[in-house]
Design a protein around this ligand. Structure first.
Ligand code: GDP
Ligand code: MG
Length: 370
């Protein structure tokens, strides 16, 4: 029979066994590392982890990951995906707005900006940076818990006049837990009497050593409201991106993560998706969490309809059967029947889990998942 042990499956995905057990649990399947699961279940787990599955043959146990077959020559440089974090009122929103106004492409498009949860800025030298706008720290944690490694780096905003505060420390922990590098943006340097050295020393206590103190964390002094240091910050992001050698194969079926979603009165379910590999196109059959659909339209961060979106590009996806949750993977599948099948399987699992939670007594399942 077509089965695979949980540990073998984890092995092939280069994932931790415990994470696979947890993913199965979320799907309503109780299994230990040494137990076997059927190929259908395995396939869904693999997709949950953001990979695409290739069944080798009906009689064959193999669940090959196409993700592993990307040849070096197929991998193309992709823009970095950046999350801005920091303590409340330290200037995250102001900085994101200021960076957005530096976008060369937006000016060409007549300055039309749309508020979707992520946007891409084109710098003067033509390079692009994708900024995630939504994640509060909670959303970030939720996405990480789902295994969605959406961000490549964190820009930590610290107000020079306030210094390191509780949410600053929290952001440092998030970046460390996610294993992504951090760039420090000391903000509000336009204010009188502010002292960056104080911020540097406070960061030191949390093991963030900026270059100015001989460490390897880049630090940029900025003023979001006065527009100071924005080019330098963009350069720092580019430099970090170069170090990370961010690449993806644009030439395969699209895969990404839902960043935010809503039910729009006129347009129906709308999911903002960050494409992470491959290219997502209008007309594609997709599964997003437990929802499915045929992509009716793609809308970019400037409110323009586009035919396709490649790696690191955020787009609104229209045409889904319902509203998927933030952090859930979106994958293109070969046809509509496959999309329906996966969606139905997931919806059944969601219902079963809900029923199990009721039987098990209030709160116990959610307690275990928390
Ligand atoms: P958030 O809570 O981190 O998103 O912070 P906001 O962007 O909402 O900014 C909080 C307050 O700080 C607002 O009143 C901003 O106008 C102000 N602010 C943000 N950046 C700067 C800056 O560079 N200089 C000065 N003087 N004020 C700033
Ligand atoms: Mg804000």
């Amino acid at each position: 029979p077509e089965t695979i042990t949980v540990s073998e499956l984890a092995n092939r995905m280069a994932a931790r066994g415990g994470d696979v057990v947890k993913a199965l649990f979320r799907m309503g399947v109780m299994a230990t590392l040494t137990q076997s699961i059927d190929a259908d279940t395995a396939q869904l787990v693999v997709e949950e982890f953001g990979h695409r599955v290739k069944r080798v043959a009906d009689s064959d146990v193999e669940i090959g990951l196409e993700g592993e077959t990307d040849e070096d020559g197929e991998l193309m440089p992709r823009p970095p995906v950046v999350t801005v974090m920091g303590h409340v009122d330290h200037g995250k929103t102001s900085l994101l707005d200021a960076l957005r106004r530096t976008d060369v492409a937006a000016r060409e498009a007549g300055g039309i900006t749309q508020h979707i949860g992520a946007y891409q800025v084109q710098m003067k030298n033509g390079e692009r940076i994708t900024f995630l706008d939504t994640p509060g720290h909670e959303a970030f944690t939720a996405m990480r818990a789902r295994g969605a490694g959406v961000t490549d780096m964190v820009v930590l905003v610290v107000a020079a006049d306030d210094g390191v505060m509780p949410q600053t420390v929290e952001a440092i922990h998030h970046a460390k837990a996610a294993g992504v590098p951090l760039i420090v943006a000391i903000n509000k340097i336009d204010k009188d009497g502010v002292n960056p050295d104080r911020v540097r020393n406070e960061l030191l206590q949390h093991e963030i050593v900026v270059e100015e103190l001989g460490g390897d964390t880049q630090e940029i002094q900025v003023s979001a409201t006065k527009g100071i240091g924005l080019d330098k910050l963009a350069e720092a992001i580019s430099l970090q991106a170069e170090v990370l050698e961010l690449r993806a194969n644009p030439d395969r079926m699209g895969e990404g993560t839902v960043i935010e979603s809503k039910l729009d009165r006129g347009r129906g379910p709308v999911a903002t998706v960050l494409v992470q590999r491959g290219t997502l196109r209008t007309g594609d059959n997709v599964v997003a969490g437990a929802e499915w659909g045929r992509v009716r339209a793609l809308v970019n961060d400037k409110g323009q309809q586009v035919k396709e979106a490649g790696p690191s590009v955020p787009v609104e996806v229209l045409g889904l059967s319902g509203v998927p949750s933030a952090g859930e993977p979106l994958v293109v599948v070969e046809d509509e029947s496959r999309a329906r099948e996966i969606s139905e399987f997931r919806q059944r699992k969601v219902r079963e889990k809900a029923a199990a939670a009721l039987t098990a007594g209030r709160g116990s399942l959610t307690d275990m998942l928390a």
